[in-house]
Ligand binder design. Sequence first.
Ligand code: SF4
Length: 399
Amino acid sequence: MAKPQSMIEQVRSKVTVEFERHRPPSLQADRKAAKEAKHKAKHHKYTKAAFFRYCYYDPAFKFFCEQVLDVDYLPLPEATRVSSEVGAQNSSDYVCTPFKHILGDFAEALDLGADILIQFGGPCRLGYYGELQESILRDMGYDFIMLNFAHGIEKGYIGWAKEVLQTVNPNIDVPHGVVKLKAVAKMIEHLDSLRDFYLANGGFEVEPGSFDRAWSRAMDAMRTCLDERDINQVYREAMEDMRSIPLNKPADPIRIGVVGEMFTAIDERSNLELDHKLMAMGVEVHRMLNFTNRYLRYNEPNLRIGAKDYLTYDMGPTSTLTVAAARKYAAEGFDGVIHAKSAGCTPEIDCIPVLQKVSEDFHMPILYLTYDSQTSDTGLDTRLEAFYDMLAMKKEKAK
Ligand code: SF4
């Protein structure tokens, strides 16, 4: 039997009223946000965070500060000679170059208004750098807090998250922070995957600058992501964008693998734009060393098994990856390998005799580059050009 119209109207209005009741009135939401902001202002003395300049991971650093720590992120402008000089002047001569770069970046960030510095530590001396840099910067008169990832790692991931994240934000919702940390890891994986494609193909673009423009678009889009869904979507679109770039790639191009130290082999400021210099010569560049392979998916014993003819023990922070990658490139018939390290990097100095053996066994040339704060662009260009010519002649002869 059909219901009278008045009854239908009654049911409709009840549903509407109940539905509206589930949504908090906007006035209350505003009050809550204002209360939170007041609480934050009172309890968070420190609210602006900065990382040091490192490779192409800036969007992930931004995401971490804003989405995990719930603080503002201070992006650093392009590095200048002054940033490096401040770092070098306030460091011991004997410390490795990344220490000087990081110290200079931190001083610059503090001058620009940061009050939280983030040091992610590392598996070598880098693990002690945070404390040392903190005390140097305090002696220089700065007031700030240092979020040092090297602290609390012995407490497991959750213990670490509590200790480290609560240093900055005492009210942090740890489970929520952990979910967002997972998204940071996803962003890093995607950035590395985009970079791999860029390195392998950027040297063969038909229209100069196409890959750099696509790369900038991808980085800008990554900087706007708010969650893992955004990150995955930006990655898919960025990959499509790069894949659509017209290429003029020979069937058998010169292929070079870059191995070495965590900063110098990846970070373009530390290695004086090695990636760009190689791509400008028309080289297909590969680099197994990145954050994903060194931290997120790192399995040192497995890697060592792959290079068991050359390695018995774990020799240091990036040593196993350096040797395993060089061996892999040699076995896959790469034309050459470049080993890039900072001056004073003991673990990578130890790798050199092993790399010489790989080079001898596979008849694959290896160029050894050592960088310090005085390394010049011109000297590097000359060495790279000579290396390229030698590889090209060798390839020609082998035909
Ligand atoms: S890997 Fe070498 S250069 Fe890099 S921070 Fe460690 S010791 Fe220094």
